[in-house]
Ligand binder design. Structure first.
Ligand SMILES: [Zn+2]
Length: 413
């Protein structure tokens, strides 16, 4: 073998390299350390008391083969402490108390980025528990807040842990200088839970919150107000506002379509086939056929037309270069039109618009597009799907940190 092996581990010397029956490498090492640290007094100790038992430590693979290091730690005695205790040397390169090196742990974590625990277990011949332990003992197992130095925009949103399940977890994220990072995964989206989480943000970090971006959920809004004080601006995400009034408009579409199906002849009803998508689409993006479908449907249902126009008028408000005050005026005018129309599909939305008028209109202050919240949540959903649904919040949090920070923390090192 003409290859000079450099294990890149300090204070060791290679005694022997051999292959085991499976073809994996077994490398016998000797520690070249001449001293240890007393476990009682913490002083450097040099009185050598012989070797401990052989231990086996997994290291980075070579040529596609697993690599096991074998070493007998040296033992030193402290002559200063009572009873002159003996301490076994510790290796700076070994994951503390583990049967693998820190370098191997990083290797497994790198493999885990954009992959799943099952996959990595298969490739590295490790147990699920082992991989999970490597993750939770790494920096990705720490509180997400420990990775944050400036919050910027604090986003609050939720995702469903199980599809079709009512169990939501809340996701708190930070967005600053184009970077989105996880702040926390909360077990539910109750006001008390969010309040408690926000309260636990260290004061120094709290002062770095420029604004809070949230959906129209009352729990978030009230928790933010109470936990962070009036001085932090709360902005309701315009896309969540849009989701809400668009859903209102869609409810009358559904209702009218059901009515028309009963009242129209089969041939006439066929003319409005495709109404759902034509109605939901951005008016600028409609094809001629879709425009035709809408026109026919509106002929049968003036109420539907009115709801549609009001919906688009609301979107237009958000596109205008209004100041906050001008936006509020526009909201009030819109509200009057809704009331005059006699439509009731917007009732729930009007209630929200009134309760959170100021927070919704805060969007116009600096037009912070909190699409990042949505983008970040999509990333989380991908992680969740890839891992066949992670139902454990702690694991989910670690996986998000690994996938979003891993490249920076363990690849570039
Ligand atoms: Zn001592």
């Amino acid at each position: 073998m003409g290859i000079e092996l450099d294990l890149e581990l300090p204070d060791i010397e290679i005694l022997k390299v051999s292959r085991d029956s499976k073809g994996d490498y077994v490398i016998e090492l000797r520690s070249t350390n001449k001293s240890g640290v007393c476990r009682k007094c913490g002083q450097e100790i040099r009185h050598f008391r012989g070797y401990d038992e052989w231990i086996t430590i997994r290291h980075l693979p070579i040529l596609g083969r697993e690599v096991y290091l074998k070493i007998r730690p040296r033992r030193y005695q402290c002559l200063e402490c009572d009873n002159e205790p003996t301490t076994t040397e510790r290796f700076s390169w070994r994951a503390s108390g583990k049967s693998y090196t820190k370098a191997y742990q990083d290797h497994v974590l790198r493999c885990l980025i954009s992959s799943s625990v099952e996959d990595v277990c298969l490739k590295e011949k490790l147990g699920e528990k082992q991989v999970e332990a490597m993750l939770s003992e790494s920096c990705f197992g720490k509180n997400p807040l420990d990775h944050i130095s400036y919050i910027g925009t604090l986003g609050l949103d939720e995702i469903a842990l199980k599809k079709g399940h009512r169990g939501f977890v809340a996701i708190a994220s930070s967005h600053y200088e184009g970077r989105t990072q996880l702040l926390g995964v909360l077990p539910d989206r109750k006001k008390e839970t969010v309040f408690k989480f926000l309260k636990l943000i260290p004061d120094a970090l709290k002062t770095t919150i420029d604004e809070v971006a949230t959906d129209m959920y009352e729990g978030y809004l009230n928790a933010s107000k109470e936990a962070l004080g009036e001085s932090v601006e709360i902005v309701v995400d315009r896309f969540h506002v849009a989701q809400s009034y668009r859903k209102s408009a869609d409810s009358i579409r559904k209702q009218e379509q059901r009515r028309l199906k009963k009242e129209l002849s089969e041939d006439d009803y066929k003319q409005i086939k495709g109404l759902l998508w034509a109605f939901r689409k951005n008016p600028d993006k409609l094809t001629e056929t879709e425009n035709g479908i809408l026109e026919i449907a509106f002929g049968y249902s003036p109420a539907l037309k009115e709801a549609y126009q009001l919906r688009n008028a609301m979107t237009d408000i958000f596109e205008e270069p209004y100041t906050k005050q001008e936006a509020i005026t526009a909201f009030i005018e819109w509200e009057e039109k809704v009331i005059q129309s006699g439509l009731n599909c917007y009732d729930a939305f009007l209630k929200t618009l009134n309760s959170f008028q100021s927070q919704i209109a805060n969007y116009f202050n600096n037009r912070c597009n909190s699409g990042f919240v949505e983008g970040f949540n999509n990333k989380i959903k991908v992680i969740k799907r890839r891992c066949y649904g992670i139902f454990n919040i702690k694991h989910l949090m670690q996986r998000i940190l690994l996938d979003t920070l891993g490249a920076k923390l363990i690849i570039t090192k």
